[in-house]
Design a binder for this molecule. Sequence first.
Ligand code: GNR
Ligand code: NI
Length: 167
Amino acid sequence: MAILEILEYPDPRLRTQAKPVKVVDDSIRTLIANMLETMYDAPGIGLAASQVNVHQRIIVLDVSENRDEPHAFINPHLELFDGTIETEEGCLSVPGFYEPVTRAEHIRLTALDRLGEPLELETHGVLAVCIQHECDHLEGKLFVDYLSSLKRMRIRRKLEKQQRIQA
Ligand code: GNR
Ligand code: NI
């Protein structure tokens, strides 16, 4: 297993539209294992392949208290139901910033599992929010895109400054 490097905003590679996975094979299962290890290490409650510069439609999540309920979804498809929820969101690609975002409170997800078998999940609350956040990454979208341009600009400037210091 391996810990993968997480791209940080405003890296333009985070804007890449991810492509569907054609065959769920061992290379995909290895990538999922490495994404889960990277998510737990960070630590985060979700991770999209886009964040580790792999532009395929794969997300992993674990919103459990004990960090022992890993989920992996391949080629996820979302249906949003009526009703919204506002949550303070953060993102491993936007480290250190948390802002409220409004999303659907109730969703239905269809996807493939690690064996390439179709699955279906209807869920609410934190898991529903996290799944929407991860699916956005696959479209090249980040939670900062829901904020005012002033807030987004402030976050961008601070992260660019940090990244210059780190480089
Ligand atoms: O770790 C994460 N926490 C989080 C909190 C609120 C809403 C969404 C998230 S996802 C984030 C990890 C991440 O960046 N996934 O893409
Ligand atoms: Ni994120």
